[in-house]
Design a protein around this ligand. Structure first.
Ligand code: CP
Ligand code: NVA
Length: 304
């Protein structure tokens, strides 16, 4: 039976471990100049209803480097924008392509596509989740910290799609996660309940960024206004005061703290310029690892 990747709750711990090992292996092989044409003749469709630099290009280059072919479709150029039902588009595309990656606002739309498709559907970001991002981020943590067990991870910022996927990963992998969000921007109770994270003692929530960051091995942040929330920015700038990841906040973390950001970053808002530009910063490894992780995901879902 075909498998989808809509949320990290779709994966077992063993699936995560397989994907980390395989992505790290594919990265090493690529660096040695080995060409793994394992998806020759296969086609990936990409339906993107929101902007993207990293996720789109990482999926397209991953597919090309594996010998396959990507087809990018913006919703405004397809009959989707003229209200062709999702279930019809999904069934038609299933007759042409081998896998579909989707970036949408409404998470239910990706779920609807997955239900009607006979091919694997990958969530490339919705308002609820960004599963592929967290897979490649944990890969980056493994590279920089040697593993993810016993690593203290602090989320500082908005209780958004990326934070939700961190909660999902933490619940499946047993990660030690503390999330600091302003009271009005906490991760939603339904996300916590679905992940069983409201009862797990290795996942904790606070409104105090200093509390979250204390002795943290990894500090992660993301924009204060996600795509679709731009009109709320002025209000959010006030609500997130004190939540900027800067040198003062990082002074409370472990001395060798790894700072991560999924990017794009807003300098002077959720992250300080000097933190972003620090020598040896891992943000660019994070971005690169999306390509390697997407290869592992595509191979697993398309070839089974
Ligand atoms: N991190 C991330 O998903 O970036 P893009 O929006 O550029 O794809
Ligand atoms: N939370 C951000 C992530 C971008 C990769 C957004 O949804 O805009």
């Amino acid at each position: 039976m075909k498998k989808d990747l809509l949320s990290l709750l779709d994966l077992e711990k063993a699936d995560f471990e397989y994907l980390f090992d395989r992505a790290l292996q594919l990265k090493k092989r690529y660096a040695r100049g080995i060409s793994d044409k394992i998806l020759t003749g296969k086609t990936l469709g990409l339906i993107f209803d929101k902007k993207s630099t990293r996720t789109r290009i990482a999926f397209e280059t991953a597919m090309i480097q594996l010998g396959g072919h990507p087809i990018y479709m913006s919703t405004k150029d397809t009959q989707i924008s003229r209200n062709e039902p999702a279930k019809d588009t999904a069934r038609v595309l299933s007759r042409y392509i081998d896998c579909l990656a989707m970036r949408t606002f409404d998470h239910d739309l990706v779920t609807e596509f997955a239900r009607a498709s006979s091919i694997p559907v990958i969530n490339a970001l919705t308002d609820f989740f960004h599963p592929c991002q967290i897979l490649s981020d944990i890969m980056t943590i493994i590279e920089h910290k040697g593993g993810f067990q016993n690593i203290r991870i602090a989320w500082v910022g908005d209780g958004n799609n990326v934070a939700n996927s961190w909660v999902n990963a933490a619940s499946v992998l047993g990660l030690n996660l503390v999330a600091a969000c302003p009271q009005d921007h906490m991760i939603k109770p339904e996300i916590l309940q679905a992940a069983g994270a409201d009862t797990l003692d290795h996942i904790r929530f606070t409104n105090d960024p200093v509390d979250a960051v204390k002795n943290a091995d990894v500090v992660y942040t993301d924009v204060w206004a996600s795509m679709g929330e731009e009109a709320e920015l002025a209000h959010r700038l006030a609500a997130f005061e004190g939540f900027q990841v800067n040198k003062d906040l990082l002074a409370h973390a472990a001395p060798d703290v790894l700072v991560l950001h999924c990017l794009p970053a807003h300098r002077g808002e959720e992250i300080a310029e000097d933190v972003l530009e620090a020598a040896g910063a891992a943000f660019w490894d994070q971005a690169e690892n999306k390509r390697h992780m997407h290869k592992a995901i595509l191979e697993k879902l398309i070839l089974g």
